[in-house]
Design a protein around this ligand. Structure first.
Ligand SMILES: *[C@@H]1O[C@H](CO)[C@@H](O)[C@H](O)[C@H]1NC(C)=O
Ligand SMILES: *[C@@H]1O[C@H](CO)[C@@H](O)[C@H](O)[C@H]1NC(C)=O
Ligand SMILES: *[C@@H]1O[C@H](CO)[C@@H](O)[C@H](O)[C@H]1NC(C)=O
Ligand SMILES: *[C@@H]1O[C@H](CO)[C@@H](O)[C@H](O)[C@H]1NC(C)=O
Ligand SMILES: [Cu+2]
Length: 714
């Protein structure tokens, strides 16, 4: 049988030749480094050493004496490589199924562990063989739990996705569920070998009760990514979730990069996750500005390769390189304006010679591929004043929103807010003060653009509460939250508290606007400090403008702090993921979790029956235009939610347009009017939702809002 294994290894070598990550020499341009927290290590054939995955936050690994009692079964096994080897406590043995004669691919394989009693299971880990070149590690996988092995109905999918092709232990972490049986299915193997080899499988269990209160929503399956998803957006045409890390899947370069980016795409319709090494744009897109244009193309500016600009084209599923910004930068804010141009300001680093305050505003016209510098709009004008890391941080992650008369509203994170107009060399004017402190790494979301309503919440006076040595240098995060109401450009804005503020103070959280006008705020830390997880907030909350209250919802057990993200999906669920991407500690989260908001569940916790949009009269409209929407039952509300792009707690792309419904006289047909000002109905792709009388939203149908060619938008 040893001979058989040798055969498989030699078979595996046929499949070698996948591109490995290679480090080139550091860039010659003297960019200022950020978050200097360690050195990159290399191993073997140029592979970046793999950073540990964050272990499960909850629970304990079942010890060996208990594992000895497990009953392990599988669909196929070679003699001497039986599936029981995964729990024998030895690193020198492994499970390997048979490769069927005449078949190059005998996958999927599956293995079922009987824990012998029902436990609260919250994670598994899988250890591949210690030689990555041999392949055979599980890549595509699904994890199911059950209390009853024989009842197919009782198996619940708790995690699925694709693990990276290296030798590190791989985790699937999920919310605790009572289970006696754990099934791991292997759907693909690294190096495309036709078999898998698993040294060990561990199971984590916890005493923590399974959250069961209804009305708080529910955490669904975990999606395992082959990278730490730090920047994430939805492909508006296909509905795929596109995530990226840096030039490595598990760390970033601190100024050392080969100017490439790893991306991973989850296609919810096929439940598959593919990955790609984007080399041709010569752009390490980690820590960029993000903004969708009118065509649903994602424009990624700067970041680690601070001078580069790339566009993801959802039609071609391809990345293209476009003209560089006038000022190279990373950590800037960006926003799409009424005329379809992208406004950008601030940042953190850039070429030596550009001083603080000089990371001026500039606009990009995606139609002509032209950047225009706005000499009168300085980053000093929008800077925070309280950060102990001073100039390096003060113009980071700026909250920007396109508004009427082709203006941009600057909502924060500085306590002073501004109006920015874009004609000629641009102009900036104070719009008032939001609170008494800056809100670095807080969140802002325009949940009702028709009424000019923005929710701003959390953040701290400084990016970091402590310095690298652990000394307290800044303030803690706040729970304060505000409603900012905009009227006309260059007029003062109205500020009032959003309820009594959040239940939990948080920085590095995320805000996700929901179809019904509520906003989910999830993740973050009370003591914000990059690449740490202490004081992490695990209870999300929802702000409801109709009652002006915050409600704590179902807690989750995976920490989402620095470098995490959250986005609304087309099915009105929320994807919450990422965190880490560093060599420093075990804080790398190669996953995301689906949150199912209360509106999708019945009182008994089952899935609510949703209304259906049968058709719309047009797929694309101008501001001021109208649409008819035909549904399968009576609906009482509708809204357009602009597709989001999220990184570093910033998602300036999302906004919501509530749409009153008008009767057309035809049964189950409604008319909706798109707001007239392109600064309210900002160009781009939106998700159209309708809500029934119980508040249950439909799945989204796409509506594109075009650029209006009128004098108000010039
Ligand atoms: C097996 O390998 C893992 C990871 O390298 C290590 O932590 C563990 O101690 C090893 N176990 C044994 C029994 O050698
Ligand atoms: C403002 O920041 C200071 C300094 O960190 C802190 O002491 C104070 O509590 C903060 N106030 C509010 C309202 O957040
Ligand atoms: C909607 O648009 C159609 C055609 O463009 C027009 O005939 C109709 O009057 C509009 N309805 C409303 C309510 O504006
Ligand atoms: C905004 O545009 C409208 C319509 O063109 C115009 O009437 C108004 O004066 C403008 N407002 C400002 C503040 O420029
Ligand atoms: Cu970062």
């Amino acid at each position: 049988m040893l001979g058989r294994v040798t055969l498989c290894i030699s078979l595996a070598s046929i499949f070698l030749g996948g591109e490995s990550l290679r480090l080139k020499t550091p860039p010659q341009v003297p960019f200022i480094r950020h978050e200097n927290d360690g050195q990159i290590s290399k191993e073997g054939n140029g592979l970046i050493r793999t950073m540990d995955s964050a272990p499960p936050h909850l629970g304990r690994q079942i010890p060996q004496d208990e594992r000895d009692t497990w009953n392990v079964a599988c669909n196929s096994e070679l003699s001497k490589h039986e599936c029981s080897r995964v729990s024998d406590g030895s690193n020198n043995t492994f499970w390997q199924p048979k490769v069927h004669t005449g078949s190059l691919n005998s996958l999927p394989h599956s293995i079922v562990i009987d824990l012998r009693e029902v436990k609260n299971v919250n994670a598994i880990s899988m250890r591949p063989l210690p030689d990555a070149d041999l392949g055979g590690a599980i890549a595509g996988h699904k994890v199911f739990l059950s209390v009853d092995e024989d009842d197919e109905e009782k198996w619940e999918l708790v995690a699925f996705g694709t693990w990276f092709e290296d030798v590190q232990d791989k985790f699937a972490t999920f919310e605790p569920r009572p289970a006696q049986f754990v099934r791991l299915e292997a759907h693909s193997a690294t190096k495309e070998t036709p078999f898998v080899r698993v040294v060990s499988i561990d199971v984590w269990v916890t005493k923590a009760p399974t959250p069961s209160r209804h009305g708080l929503g529910k955490w669904g399956p975990t999606v395992d990514f082959p990278l730490v998803p730090v920047g994430v957006f939805i492909d508006p045409l296909g509905g795929k979730v596109i995530s990226f890390s840096s030039f490595a899947h598990d760390t970033f370069g601190q100024g050392v990069t080969d100017h490439t980016t790893l991306t991973a795409t989850w296609d919810p319709t096929t439940e598959t996750i593919s990955h790609r090494h984007v080399r041709k744009t010569h752009h390490d897109m980690f820590c960029p500005g993000m903004a969708f244009d009118v065509h649903g193309r994602m424009i990624i500016s700067g970041g680690e390769s601070a001078d580069k600009v790339s566009i993801y084209d959802p039609v071609k599923d391809d990345w293209i390189s476009v003209r560089e910004m006038k000022i190279a930068r990373g950590y800037q804010g960006s926003a799409t304006c009424a005329n379809g141009h992208i406004f950008i300001i601030g940042g953190s680093w850039g070429p030596v010679g550009i001083d603080f305050g000089d990371r001026k505003g500039e606009t990009y016209d995606p139609e002509t591929d032209k950047w225009t510098l706005l000499n009168e709009v300085c980053s000093e004008d929008i800077a925070t004043t309280m950060d102990w890391e001073k100039d390096y941080r003060s113009d980071n992650h700026v909250w920007l929103m396109g508004w009427k008369n082709n203006s941009v509203f600057h909502a924060g994170p500085s306590k002073d807010m501004h109006w920015i107009t874009l004609t000629e060399t641009g102009a900036i004017q104070n719009a008032g003060q939001r609170g008494i402190n800056d809100s670095m790494c807080g969140v802002a979301a325009m949940y009702d653009a028709v009424e000019g309503k923005i929710l701003a919440a959390g953040g701290a006076p400084s990016y970091n509460y402590k310095d690298g040595d652990g000394n307290i240098k800044g303030g803690k995060a706040t729970a304060d939250a505000f409603i900012i109401t905009l009227s006309d450009v260059n007029t003062p804005v109205n500020i009032k508290p959003a309820g009594r503020g959040m239940h939990s103070p948080r920085s590095f959280a995320h805000a996700v606007i929901l179809p019904n006008g509520d906003t989910l705020v999830v993740g973050g830390q009370e003591e914000p400090r990059v690449f740490t997880e202490d004081t992490a907030q695990l209870v999300p909350e929802i702000y409801s403008p109709s009652t002006n209250t915050w409600t704590q919802v179902a807690p989750n057990s995976i920490v989402r702090a620095y470098h995490s993200f959250a986005l609304l999906l087309r099915d009105a669920t929320v994807l919450v993921g990422g965190g880490g991407l560093t060599i420093q500690k075990d804080v790398n989260h190669f996953d995301a979790q689906i949150y199912i908001p209360p509106y999708l569940l019945t009182a008994s916790g089952a899935r609510a029956k949703r209304p259906l949009i049968r058709k719309t009269s047009a797929a694309s409209v101008l501001p001021g235009g109208n649409l008819t929407v035909t549904t399968d039952r009576k609906v009482v509300g509708a809204s357009l939610v602009r597709y989001g792009g999220a990184t570093h707690s910033l998602n300036n792309d999302q906004r919501r347009l509530p749409l009153p419904l008008y009767d057309t006289g035809s049964p189950l047909e409604y008319a909706v009017l798109i707001p007239e000002d392109g600064g309210v109905a900002v160009p781009g792709y939106y998700m159209l939702f309708v809500m029934d009388v119980h508040g249950v939203p439909s799945e989204a149908k796409n509506v594109q809002i075009q650029v209006a060619v009128g004098k108000e938008n010039r």
